[in-house]
Design a protein around this ligand. Structure first.
Ligand code: PLP
Length: 220
């Protein structure tokens, strides 16, 4: 199997081609390299290849490997893409630069409190459960726009984007289209959607960032 750096270059080329195909500006899509389950030694070459935007799905795992890497590369941008428990909000606010999984009132309240206390500037996304899957995190599509409004009005949190993970067995296109529609209704410009199997499709539907793991780092 090819190494992570050549995989990264290949993914970047495919993103550039998908931007062109969708008549989007070159460089308008951010690649979030999802490094969950891979250790610092596996991540280091990707940093050395000048990539700086990474995603992790567990606060604990990220807290074990990222502080040292962030000290070595201060311009790293770390995204939390997995569910957040309220008892981890403090640690998450201290470590992450972007939290993509705001999905309920309690988490919004907890994040607002910690952001205030720590004086950090975080960028926030609301996760939408576009397939209404019972086992999946994310707010229901019918509640998403109102929830974004309450994040602002009740908690003072500016929501920058929406994020979704379509059901594994379904055609992702309708889910990406739904997320784009909800973002428009909520007056939000950023869309985090698309993973290794469908990021080019997501770009066609307006993704502004894609979260790609196994296509870069290999199988988990
Ligand atoms: C693991 C994960 C990804 C990356 O998945 P790949 O299929 O390996 O690209 C993207 N988003 C979320 C929320 C994930 O948990």
């Amino acid at each position: 199997m090819a190494d992570a750096v050549s995989n990264l270059q290949a993914v970047r080329s495919k993103i550039a081609a998908a931007e062109l195909e969708a008549r989007r500006d070159a460089g308008s899509v951010t690649l979030v390299a999802v490094s969950k389950t891979f250790d610092a030694a596996a991540i280091r070459p990707v940093l050395d290849a000048d990539h700086r935007v990474f995603g992790e799905n567990r606060v604990q795992e990220a807290a074990e490997k990222w502080p040292d890497l962030k000290a070595a590369f201060p311009d790293i941008e770390l995204h939390l893409i997995g569910p957040l428990q309220s008892n981890k909000a403090k640690e998450a606010v201290a470590l992450f630069d972007v939290i993509e999984t705001v999905d309920r009132e309690k988490i919004a309240a907890e994040l607002a409190k910690e952001i205030g206390k720590q004086g950090r500037k975080l960028r926030l996304y609301v996760q939408v459960n576009t397939g209404s899957e019972p086992q999946k995190a994310g707010i229901e599509p019918t509640e998403a726009v109102a929830f974004v409004g309450r994040c602002r009005s009740v908690h003072g949190l500016e929501i920058e984007g929406l994020m979704c993970i379509p059901p594994a067995e379904e055609n992702p296109g309708p889910h990406f289209a739904l997320l784009e529609k909800l973002a428009r209704e909520a007056g939000i410009g950023k869309l985090s959607m698309g993973m290794s199997g469908d990021y080019e499709t997501a770009i066609a539907f307006g993704a502004t960032s894609v979260r790609v793991g196994s296509a870069i780092f290999g199988f988990r």
